[in-house]
Design a protein around this ligand. Structure first.
Ligand SMILES: [Zn+2]
Length: 338
């Protein structure tokens, strides 16, 4: 079965000195170990995450895609690269540079590697400008974070960006990032296990409950990572609240569950029962294969969860593995794996 993996990350081999133009103390950079095989994503002096060569080496990425039977992979920035917290002009120059490096990565096999661009979301004009430039250069869409500091996706500035992308036909992946990490979240990767799925649900609910989907054109192609986080499992709770409390429905004219056809999710939920629930809630036409490769919290055998699911019909498996992403990103002529 053909596979497009639409949620995978890269980080270019950028040194601390190279990254200093964004911010000398807090910019992300890559420390590669002497063996050339492993390294650390760094944020200034601080190690952020151990990584391995596939993150920055497209040759290894392609080899591993062959191993997993992935025909096409759509790479996007590791969210620490977003740069939203820095001055907009610097973040714009940084985004352009990272986007150029993403295309360089894809140049190893441009038919099988596609890229999503990052934009300086803190400035609407600069974000729209970089989105247009990246599209002209060959990016197939944009990845954004699920929030911008204290602003959720229903913030007027962010809604305007989504409307712009709808009008321009630019697909968007919304990825959780910058989770609550302190206090009770300190240990056991709890920010990734608890806060990250909540961030995604927060992004989705902010668009639904604010009524933003009433203003955003239905043509917007918007996908949320990690199966939409906690959203599908808790949608019944949200619907119940909407029916029972006027403050929940004050800005949202229709039941929250009526908005599920306004967005997509990826398949990175790691459990057959969870994938079944996701398909029941969203429909097989709204899920796309996404692995979160090449990180340890990604799917270790890409596509196995979908292919082995005992409840999904074959037609839905084909749609999730390939058809939905091909239509979403306009990749109808995507090649089959070697
Ligand atoms: Zn991811």
């Amino acid at each position: 079965m053909r596979k497009i993996d639409m949620h995978a990350h890269f980080l270019p081999p950028i040194s601390r000195r190279d990254a200093a133009g964004l911010d000398p103390d807090n910019a992300p950079w890559l420390a590669v170990d002497e063996n050339g095989e492993t390294g650390q994503i760094m944020k200034g002096d601080r190690p952020f995450r151990p990584v391995y060569r596939a993150l920055w080496d497209p040759g290894m990425r392609l080899e591993e895609m062959d191993k997993h039977g992935v025909d096409v992979q759509i790479i996007s920035a590791t969210p620490i690269m977003f740069g939203y917290e820095f001055p907009a002009q610097r973040a714009a120059a940084w985004a352009a540079r990272m986007n150029d490096l993403a295309l360089e990565h894809c140049a190893a096999d441009p038919r099988r590697l596609k890229a999503l661009a990052q934009v300086p979301l803190q400035d609407l004009d600069l974000a729209c400008r970089e989105a247009a430039r990246a599209r002209d250069d060959g990016h197939v869409g944009i990845q954004i974070g699920n929030h911008l500091g204290p602003k959720d996706l229903d913030d007027e500035h962010l809604v305007q960006f989504l409307i712009h992308c709808a009008q321009e036909g630019i697909p968007i992946l919304a990825h959780p990032w910058d989770m609550m990490t302190d206090g009770r979240m300190k240990k056991w990767m709890l920010p990734w296990l608890v806060a990250m799925p909540a961030e995604t649900q927060l992004g989705i609910l902010s668009l639904i409950l604010s009524g933003a989907f009433e203003r955003i054109p239905p043509s917007l192609k918007l996908c949320f990572a990690h199966g939409g986080g906690s959203f599908a499992f808790l949608l019944g709770r949200v619907d119940n609240a909407w029916h029972c409390r006027d403050i929940v429905r004050q800005d949202c004219p229709n039941p929250p569950s009526s908005y599920v056809k306004r967005f997509y999710v990826d398949s990175a939920v790691f459990d057959q029962g969870a994938l079944r629930l996701l398909a029941d809630v969203m429909g097989g036409d709204r899920i796309m294969l996404g692995s979160d490769y090449p990180f340890p919290l990604g799917e270790q055998s890409i596509g196995k969860l979908v292919n082995d699911n005992p409840w999904l019909a074959d037609d839905d498996k084909r749609r999730i593995n390939h058809g939905n992403a091909a239509a979403f990103f306009g990749l109808q002529d995507a090649p089959a794996a070697a």
